[in-house]
Structure formats: structure tokens, C-alpha cells
Write a protein that binds this ligand. Structure first.
Ligand code: HEM
Length: 454
């Protein structure tokens, strides 16, 4: 088992900091003067949180787009050693197709990360409370203004809701793999009753991956192992249309002029997501959201082929079944798990914007999820999930339907709920989520960061 070099890995690659640091800000920057930017980065180095640190006040991490690295002097050849999507960026027509960024989600409508607002650097700041966040925010903005090497394109705030639910009202952050050999395992076991250990090389470059291979890492003439202990960070700002979602549920469950009950709406939402609001999986709790405290609602110790082959509990096309099909992808369950484990991501997203208190009445304020995930191969992990599972019309033998929660609606607005004796098909799914910005970043190890400042 690989021994991770924690002191050389940025802390965010190993932790979401969500337990001690509920407040967060993300700064998207453009490099205007590489020399000055280098000096700024040098001053910042001591404050970058590593995988060894156990900080209680604030954490800070940093990542770069390909254009950012080019401004640091990376040659075309050196950039060529990074993964193709990273080199290309998120907004080319190929990437747009892979990600399904159509209509309102098309890059020309984004607020950052597109051709009119490109970004080079992502600085992530996490703090134990709002006061600490404000204090750090002041420090960072003063540094940025006085240094003159970087320009602030946008700063985004985010937080973990006290009840850990995303804006549609569902417990988030349950189905996560853990990096083999880390202390994440015992935490995940305690929380969800299950831990899928995945080889470190799937998330941190320079280690063995699920194919029993150590992939070559991005390299620089002056630092051959530049990519070691680094990771790719995918950032997507996803606006959530909460009132559209709940009104859709209300209308769809209404019959003969009678409004669908809250229970019916929540049951339909649970079929769409695959978990109840509490986080309990519908595969294990098909009838209702368990309320008994003796049950662990966030349980994750289940598979589909074994418990729910035909999707009678959790529909085959539900969000969590598409994004992690577990043992149901192939006829051979064990082979399926092995295959699926090559397409996992670690999600590190946080919600932004205020809660909508009356979920049926839109207050016209923006809210959503700053979706962030880490992976060592963007094509094989994040993009694969998005293209081959989320936005695949024939996923799991289905016909002409996409992820009912986050799939694009360009080609289909249908969702099948298997049932006995007959299935139900619902139509007219709306855009519940819109992409508002995004970029692919590389989060280097600490030695590599130091190399950038030289
Ligand atoms: C606003 C957009 C999104 C919302 C509201 C959302 C919501 C949720 C919820 C409620 C869960 C179940 C709880 C959990 O296991 O954490 C979940 C699971 C998951 N989501 Fe999303 N999600 C969104 C976007 C995405 C995207 C873009 C991806 C990747 C392409 C993704 C991948 C996953 C994965 C991998 C799981 C865990 C599945 C499992 O292991 O069982 N989600 N999501």
C-alpha cells in the first residue's frame, strides 16, 4: 500500500475541511504580471495548508489553469505532459459536448471561466467562522491589490449548510470513496457503515492507480517530477433552480385537480436522486424516509445488483445510480465494481447562496452548488461520469433519457421509474441545474509550488 507524502500534498486534496471550517471563499484570478505574481506566490507559500497540517483557524490552497501555468513560463511541450482536457480547458466545443453544456449552460452565458472572463489561478480559502473568513479576505485582497501581479476576476463564497443539505433539501456528501491507506477510512466507516477504498493514484499523481499502474506525471525541464503529489481539480458553478424543481414535483404528483401531497413529492424526488432527504438510500428504504434514530440514514453499505437489480427501489436512471452504478454496470457484479472503481471522483463541493425558505416561490436570488471534485485523470473520471453515465441516453439499457437531476435537456426530458406490474414514465423534466462557470485546474504538490516561485 502506498505511503502518501502528506507534507508535499496540498491539504485540500486529502480533506474537504468541512468539519472544522464551515466557511469558504474561492478567488478566481488572472495573472497580469508573471514576475509580480511569482513574488506573491512566494509570500503565500508558508500559508498553504499541507496534508500534514491540522489547522483550526483557516486553511488555504491554490491551483492553476493551463493558461496560468503558461504565464509561469511552461513551454508547449511541458504543458503537453498534462492531461488533454486540462490543456484544452472546459469551454471548447468538444468539452461542451462531453459535458452537455447546452442552452442556458453554454459557456457564452457563464459568469466566469469563459472567453470573456478567463481565469488563471484559483485560491481556496476556508475558515472556522465568518470573522476569520473576513479577516483572511481582507488580507488576501490587500495582498492582491498591492502586489499588482494578479487581478481578481471574481470571488465566490460558499459554506456548508449546518444540516449538510444541498439546496434541493437532500443530505449531500454521503457516497464518497476513500483514499487507500489514509485515516479517511475509519471516519467514513463510522459515518456511513461502509468505506470503498480506492488506490491513491486515482486521486494523487505519482502513486499506483486502480489499473495497478503508476501513470507518468506532468513534467518540467527544471523539475522532472513536477506533477508528483499534485491532482486535477474540476470546478463547476452549478446554479440550482429550487422552485422549478419543487413545482415540477408538485405538478407531476397532482392528479385530477388534486395537489400532490408532500409525501408523494418527496417520494418522487427520492426516486430522482436515489436517496431520501435524510441521505437514506431508497434501495434499502423503498417506502419512506426512515425516521427511527436506530437506523443510520446516511448508510452506504449497499449494492444494486444484489439488493435492487431491476431498479424497483432505486430507478436505474436515478442520479446516484448513474454517477456510481456500483455492481450493476456489468452482469458480473465483482467485475462491475472493479470497473466502476476506475471512474470515481472525490467530491469537495459546497453550497452557495441563501436557502429558499418557501421552495415553491422563487425569490429570484441565485443559489447552487460550487461543484468541486478531485481526480488524477479528468477524462477517465469526471468527464467519463458526466458523458458516459449522466448524459448517456442508453445508460443501463434505458431508452432516450438522461440524469433526471443534472442531465442536460437538449435531447430528452423523460425519466423511467420501474414498477411492478407496470413502470411509470414521467415527462417534461425541466432544467433544474444550470452551469454558470467552470474551469479545469491543476493543484500542484508543495515542492512543485516552490518550483513555480523560482
Ligand atoms: C447541483 C448539482 C448537483 C446536486 C444538487 C447533486 C446532489 C447529489 C445528492 C443529493 C447526492 C446523494 C448524497 C451523496 O451521496 O452525497 C449526490 C451524490 C452523488 N453525486 Fe451529485 N449532485 C449534483 C451534481 C453532481 C455532478 C455534476 C456530479 C458528477 C458529474 C455528481 C456526482 C455525484 C456522485 C459521484 C454521487 C455519489 C454517488 C454514490 O456514490 O452513491 N453530482 N449528488
Amino acid at each position: 500500500m502506498a505511503q502518501l507524502e502528506n507534507s508535499d500534498i496540498q491539504g485540500f486534496a486529502l480533506s474537504s475541511y468541512s468539519k472544522n471550517m464551515p466557511c469558504a471563499s474561492y478567488y478566481l484570478l488572472k495573472i497580469t504580471d508573471p514576475e509580480k505574481c511569482r513574488r506573491w506566490l512566494k509570500g503565500l507559500l508558508n500559508e498553504i495548508t499541507t496534508g500534514l497540517d491540522r489547522k483550526e483557524d483557516f486553511c488555504q490552497n491554490i491551483a492553476f489553469t493551463a493558461t496560468g501555468l503558461a504565464k509561469f513560463g511552461f513551454t508547449e511541450g511541458e504543458l503537453g505532459s498534462f492531461s488533454a482536457p486540462f490543456q484544452e480547458g472546459m469551454i471548447t466545443s468538444t468539452r461542451q459536448q462531453i459535458l452537455g453544456d447546452y442552452r442556458g449552460s453554454a459557456p457564452q452565458n457563464w459568469s466566469w471561466g469563459n472567453a470573456s472572463k478567463p481565469v488563471d489561478v484559483l485560491l481556496l480559502l476556508f475558515a472556522r467562522d465568518e470573522n476569520m473568513l473576513a479577516e483572511r479576505h481582507r488580507k488576501i485582497t490587500t495582498q492582491i491589490q498591492s502586489n499588482g501581479g494578479v487581478e481578481l476576476i471574481v470571488s465566490l463564497s460558499a459554506g456548508r449548510q449546518p444540516d449538510s443539505r444541498e439546496h434541493f433539501g437532500f443530505f449531500d456528501g454521503v457516497g464518497q470513496p476513500v483514499i487507500e491507506g489514509t485515516e479517511q477510512r475509519s471516519r467514513q466507516l463510522k459515518r456511513t457503515g461502509h468505506a470503498t477504498e480506492i488506490k491513491a493514484g486515482e486521486f494523487i499523481l505519482g502513486y499506483e492507480n486502480e489499473m495497478q499502474k503508476i501513470d507518468s506525471v506532468p513534467t518540467r525541464k527544471i523539475m522532472e517530477n513536477f506533477g508528483r503529489n499534485g491532482t486535477y481539480l474540476v470546478f463547476r458553478q452549478l446554479e440550482q433552480h429550487v422552485a422549478v424543481f419543487w413545482n415540477y414535483l408538485k405538478n407531476t404528483t397532482s392528479k385530477n385537480g388534486e395537489e400532490g401531497s408532500i409525501q408523494k413529492q418527496e417520494s418522487l424526488a427520492a426516486k430522482i436522486i436515489g436517496r431520501w432527504k435524510s441521505g437514506a438510500p431508497v434501495t434499502l428504504h423503498p417506502l419512506c424516509d426512515p425516521t427511527s434514530p436506530s437506523e443510520t440514514p446516511q448508510e452506504n453499505n449497499f449494492t444494486y445488483a444484489e439488493f435492487d437489480k431491476d431498479g424497483l427501489h432505486c430507478p436505474v436512471g436515478a442520479h446516484i445510480r448513474r454517477t456510481n452504478p456500483r455492481d450493476s454496470l456489468l452482469d458480473d457484479g465483482s467485475l462491475s465494481l472493479l470497473t466502476v472503481n476506475r471512474h470515481r471522483i472525490i467530491r469537495r463541493g459546497r453550497s452557495y447562496g441563501d436557502r429558499l425558505l418557501d421552495v415553491y416561490n422563487d425569490d429570484k436570488k441565485e443559489r447552487g452548488l460550487h461543484f468541486i471534485c478531485i481526480n488524477s485523470n479528468i477524462e477517465r473520471q469526471f468527464e467519463f461520469i458526466q458523458q458516459t453515465w449522466v448524459n448517456n441516453q442508453t445508460f443501463g439499457g434505458l431508452n432516450s433519457e438522461l440524469d433526471p437531476l443534472i442531465g442536460h435537456r437538449e435531447t430528452s426530458d423523460t425519466f423511467t421509474i420501474p414498477g411492478c406490474p407496470a413502470r411509470t414514465r414521467i415527462h417534461g423534466l425541466e432544467d433544474f441545474v444550470t452551469t454558470k462557470g467552470g474551469a479545469y485546474f491543476f493543484m500542484p504538490g508543495i515542492e512543485a509550488l516552490r518550483n513555480l516561485t523560482q
